[in-house]
Ligand binder design. Structure first.
Ligand code: ADP
Ligand code: MG
Length: 487
């Protein structure tokens, strides 16, 4: 078995436990460089992949590699910098999360002014302005910022990173440090109020900080569609398009609203193609992955999936506490630990609601000049307390969510297919239907394509075993469960 064959087999195994977005993000463009004694050296495209493979995925990778190469005990990643020969990066300076701090309160203008103004090496000759290398005047900087429709309230410093959003965060950092180069387009997806807009805006703000010459635009898909309709009515469709293809970076929020808007999809496709050809950065967000956006043209879908996709799920308890504390610090306020815990423990579906509840309490504290009791807090926030929401678990929804996670069709779970790519999701679906809604095994057997109850029991036991050994599988269950809760 050659190293390459071995790597393909290892990736084949790992792919079975990850969502498509995770797999593509971390394992696309990786290959074995060499195996030297007990160390396997893997070529990876960037520092982020290096960090994740050497840390988060190390154990899973080693377990799998050892089946083929028992002598291997260590993984080391080499960053393959495109044209240049692979180069090893070990220094701390290459950390993916540089501790560049700028105060959250800094005005965007001050922020941009204080940034070193670098020539924009990303300009294609056709767009190069004679003034590109000259320092920008304050009014040029201000006008660039205004045109961008960015909001300085959002930045990476006031975004709390947890396991629910670390992939999306890392991707946005990478894009903001090197727009147009690595992850293009960048597609973020996740439920409402989980911080997509915050990340998109932070990315835009940082790109503009690093490249004050850049023409950037942040726009919601609904507004983009409305502007297009106006432009068409006023015979200005061409001007509309020209305005967009001039950009250095386009940030389009909530692209699920492209659904059923044929004309907008068509115009956007051409804008996308022009920008993409010129290596201009495109950043998109959606409340669901591209394949779940109904009536999205195939050509757009495949382009959205062709760059980097990163999902954001619900924050865990620790992250929710950190978010509350970060908002309190920002407002220079304090609340009792009891109240903070109550909020973090009880509002877990949505950061926007958590923030809303927090603001309500802060307002009361300021008004009364005293801390409310936890009972009062419970009363004030009862409409957003998550446990008052109903869980949305039906067998069909579990099947759909599992299929969605593994990027297969729901019917394939109940098909006769015995491929590993189907068997694993099937086992997981059985496990979840049994453990979440306690359906009987004969009923579960029926659901997964009229199989015998013994098959369902076998699948359940297999998954139970697997969960003990494979932490990635528990992560998968957590993510799938998150998606099954009603908003
Ligand atoms: P989405 O676009 O996904 O619906 P938003 O980006 O509008 O969500 O986030 C909703 C609110 O929650 C915003 O005020 C945002 O600043 C805040 N928020 C979300 N996630 C985080 C986070 N990880 N850290 C800090 N604030 C967050
Ligand atoms: Mg949003």
């Amino acid at each position: 078995m050659t190293n390459e064959e071995m790597w393909q087999a290892v990736l084949g195994e790992i792919e079975l436990t990850l969502s498509k977005a995770q797999f593509i993000t971390w394992f696309k463009n990786t290959f074995v460089h060499t195996i030297e004694q007990d160390c396997i050296i893997v070529n990876v495209p960037n520092i982020f992949t290096k960090e994740w493979l050497e840390n988060k995925y190390k154990k899973t990778l080693l377990n799998s590699i050892r089946k083929y190469k028992p002598q291997v005990n260590r993984i080391s990643c080499l960053i393959n910098t495109g044209e240049k020969p692979p180069k090893k990066i070990d220094s701390v300076a290459d950390s993916p999360m540089p501790s560049v701090k700028y105060p959250a309160s800094a005005s965007p203008i001050r922020e941009i002014e204080s940034a070193s103004i670098k020539p924009n090496t990303n300009f294609s000759p056709a767009y190069q302005q004679p003034t590109t290398n000259a320092p920008l005047t304050h009014s040029q900087i201000f006008s660039n910022y205004q045109e961008s429709h960015l909001n300085s309230r959002y930045n990476f410093d006031n975004y709390v990173v947890g396991s629910n959003n670390e992939l999306a965060y890392a991707a946005c950092r990478a894009v903001s440090d090197s727009p147009g180069n690595n992850y293009n387009p960048l597609f973020l997806y996740g439920g409402v109020g989980l911080g997509k807009t915050h990340l998109l805006q932070s990315t835009g703000n940082r790109i503009l900080k690093n490249h004050p010459h850049f023409k950037i635009k942040y726009i919601s898909t609904e507004r983009f569609a409305n502007e297009l309709v106006d432009a068409i009515q006023n015979n200005q469709a061409k001007e509309f398009k020209n305005k967009y293809i001039m950009l250095d970076a386009l940030i389009l929020d909530d692209v699920q609203f492209l659904s059923k808007k044929e004309k907008t999809q068509e115009e956007f496709f051409h804008i996308f193609e022009s920008l993409y050809q010129l290596k201009k950065q495109i950043i998109l967000s959606s409340d669901r992955p591209p394949k779940s956006i109904p009536t999205l043209e195939d050509r757009l879908r495949s382009r959205f999936e062709g760059g980097m996709m990163a999902d954001i799920s619900k924050p865990d308890l620790e992250t929710r506490i950190a978010i509350i504390n970060s908002k309190l610090t920002e407002k220079d306020l304090e609340l009792s630990g009891e109240i903070i815990n109550y909020l973090a423990e009880n509002i877990y579906h949505n950061v926007r609601e958590l923030e809303g509840a927090l603001n309500k309490i802060i307002a009361i504290v300021q008004l009364r000049n005293s801390m409310p009791s936890v009972d009062e807090v419970a009363e004030m926030t009862k409409d957003v307390v998550s446990s008052n929401r109903k869980q949305n678990m039906t067998p069909k929804k579990i099947l759909d969510a599992v299929a969605d996670y593994f990027n297969i069709k729901t019917e394939e779970i109940s098909s006769k297919g015995r491929k590993r790519t189907l068997v694993r999701p099937r086992q997981l679906a059985v496990y979840m239907i049994r453990s979440e809604i306690n359906l009987s095994f004969p009923e579960i057997g029926n659901l997964i394509g009229g199989r015998d109850h013994s098959t369902a029991i076998y699948a359940y036991d297999k998954m139970e075993q697997e969960l003990k050994q494979n932490p990635l599988m528990s992560d998968a269950i957590k993510i799938i469960k998150d998606k099954l809760i009603d908003y």
